[in-house]
Design a protein. Structure first.
Lengths: 332, 302
């Protein structure tokens, strides 16, 4: 890979982020909702009545810079994200800043999604490959049909189902939250165990719904790969079955799956919102949900910016390591 | 008298299709001696590749191979467990595929193909020894040791075919099955690849079954030849017998159809050498071979 390509690819990465940031700035401002009035409305509904609401609106508008022309707001916004990584203040949680709110939620989401997706990717692809492999016992190949229904059920429905079966009917796992309320933190074994137990159902609902999808597509690709001449040639050379399965079958068949995985990361990020809400899991999805409810522009923009950044970064990384995975791909 | 290394008696291959069984190889018997090149010639679909892949046990699962016996140096090939047969593969019988286009794993380097082949049969080896032996093998087919670091897509067709020849010789096998090793190459690479194949085989004193459809090419390299049609041998004999006394009408047609560089024949003249459609249909039913002179067998064709 040449330096020219690397620079070009990085430039595309930044342009993507810039375009996304612009849209992210414009779209919320096109909604008829006014955030300040929304906050005051929310306060009023809780019985807090402000005597001098006009001046409060005035004060907040100035504090958030909403009185300035849109173009000034735009450049300030760009300057703040690109040079200071500053997404401004949260309106509903004022005076908290947006970035720490997202960063606090981030580890939960990353843990949930990365583990859920990796588990699904690994198990799904392995199952799919085994289903296409001639020497796999018949009863095992039938296993894929057991997983199939799970991939057709949306995962928030699956989450409810799991919750009902494993938290209510048979209370094996806690029904919600990321830790037991009031539990002590820190790197103690008890605390880690507590975290793990709480993560099982959310991870399971993400993973289960994806395993069938990966298995099904892998089975298709694998059976095409198994018909290739290099498999017969490997067999003729007396290689062991396991080596042929892994180095000749899986490693070739999984190549298009990597791309699908990188692209899917985006969908996954957005989709996790529902799982986090159902399980009351304090991740980025939960933050986004609250921001939408309270018209909290800045948090919304922060979260969306963050999702865009993750997806762009994931595809960038995938692009850069792809020649390592498939030597036939060369960039110049 | 040469020692016999492979003896096949009455081998059949059936393919299971949606409309029942289709017999692709029909009662073939064959013997290969030590240090001998046996050419199998026939048109596409005559069963020559199926015959070889059949006793090499490389056919897909929808095929059924049966035989009275397939004896390779005293061992019955078709009845061995795959676990034991794995050691016959490459250590004793190696294989050169028809076209090297797609026979190498696209995500492994050429060198890794050699390493894994050695280690599959001889256990773990040091990196140094693996590199050394790969370089030697590549040197035998006039390839530079650097080729080991390349991927299949970076090599030309002729180079890939030479890689496959080097691979086939890697463990000094007793028998090499070459399935049209040059048919995917241009005439010039064909000649050099054939030259290399022939030299390397001679130096190893290995026997070889050479499958092809090109009579002229086969005449250059084979000691004995078998002509296949519709899944059975119509004529087997020394190369001299086949060319000087072709007896079966199909063999005669094949030899007449070789274009001459000195005489310009109209394509219709060459096409006229073909058997008539009724004749072809009549010959589809296999006939037993008769020995008409020492070592020269012809199937009954009357």
């Amino acid at each position: 890979m040449s330096w020219k390509y690397l620079l070009k690819r990085l430039l595309i990465f930044f342009i993507t982020i810039l375009v996304a940031a612009t849209l992210n700035f414009l779209v919320p401002r096109l909604t008829p909702q006014d955030p300040i009035t929304a906050v005051l409305g929310a306060m009023a509904s809780k019985g807090i009545v402000l005597s001098d609401s006009e001046s409060v609106v005035q004060m907040y508008t100035e504090a958030f810079g909403l009185d300035q022309p849109v173009i000034v707001q735009y450049f300030k916004y760009l300057g703040n994200i690109f040079f200071r990584f500053d997404f401004g203040y949260s309106i509903s949680y004022y005076p908290n800043k947006v970035l720490p709110i997202i960063l606090n939620a981030l580890p939960w989401t990353m843990g949930l999604l990365l583990i859920g997706n990796l588990v699904a990717f690994l198990i799904g692809n392995l199952l799919g490959a085994l289903c296409a492999w001639k020497k796999t016992p018949r009863f095992f190949r039938g296993f894929i049909y057991v997983l199939m229904p799970f991939s057709t059920i949306p995962y928030y429905v699956l989450a409810l189902l799991l919750m009902y079966l494993l938290a209510i009917l048979n209370p094996i796992f806690p029904i919600s939250g990321a830790t037991t309320a009031g539990a002590a933190g820190g790197f103690t074994l008890a605390h880690l165990q507590d975290l793990a137990v709480h993560a099982v159902l959310p991870i399971l609902s993400v993973a289960l719904s994806l395993i069938g999808f990966w298995a099904l597509s892998m089975r298709g690709i694998m059976s095409t790969v198994l018909g290739e001449d290099y498999l017969t040639y490997a067999q003729a050379r007396g290689l062991r079955g396991g080596r042929i399965f892994y180095h000749y079958g899986i490693k070739n068949a999984v190549l298009p799956q990597y791309t699908a995985f990188a692209i899917d990361l985006g969908k996954i990020m957005c989709g996790s919102v529902l799982v986090e809400i159902l399980f009351n899991y304090p991740g980025v999805g939960y933050v986004l949900y609250n921001a939408l409810r309270t018209a909290d522009y800045f948090v919304m923009q922060g979260v969306i910016m963050f999702i865009i950044f993750t997806v762009a970064l994931a595809t960038l990384i995938m692009d850069l390591i792809y020649p390592k995975l498939d030597p036939r791909i060369q960039y110049d | 008298m040469n020692k016999r290394i492979l003896s096949i008696q009455n081998l059949n291959v059936d393919y299971q299709t949606s409309s029942g069984y289709f017999r692709a190889v029909n009662g073939v018997s064959l013997e290969i001696n030590e240090d001998e090149v046996f050419g199998i010639v026939g048109e596409s679909g005559s069963g020559k590749s199926t015959l070889c892949n059949g006793f090499l046990r490389l056919l897909p699962a929808n095929s059924l191979v049966t035989a009275d016996h397939v004896d390779f140096m005293g061992r019955e090939l078709l009845e061995m467990k795959e676990r034991d047969f794995r050691h016959i593969r490459w250590e004793q019988i190696s294989y050169i595929p028809q076209s090297a286009m797609n026979t190498l794993n696209p995500i492994l380097t050429i060198g890794q193909h050699f390493f894994e082949t050695i280690e599959a049969h001889e256990g773990r080896k040091s990196k140094e020894e693996l590199r050394q032996r790969t370089a030697e093998a590549l040197h035998r087919v006039n390839l530079a040791p650097e080729v080991a670091q390349r991927y299949a897509h970076e090599l030309s067709g002729g180079m890939k075919q030479r890689v496959c020849i080097a691979m086939a010789m890697l463990l000094s096998p007793k028998l090499i099955v070459a399935d049209e090793p040059t048919s995917a190459l241009d005439v010039i690479s064909q000649k050099s690849v054939l030259q290399i194949l022939s030299n390397v085989r001679t130096s190893l004193k290995a026997s070889m079954i050479m499958i092809g459809h090109d009579m002229a090419l086969q005449a250059q390299i084979s000691h004995r030849m078998g002509i296949m049609y519709a899944g059975y041998f119509v004529e087997i004999g020394s190369t001299a017998d086949i060319f000087h006394h072709p007896t079966h009408p199909y063999t005669q047609g094949l030899i007449r159809a070789i274009p001459s560089i000195r005489r310009r024949d109209d394509i219709s003249v060459l096409a006229a050498c073909e058997l008539s459609e009724e004749e072809r249909l009549r010959l589809r039913t296999p006939r037993p071979l008769r020995e008409i002179s020492a070592g020269h067998f012809v199937a009954d064709f009357s």
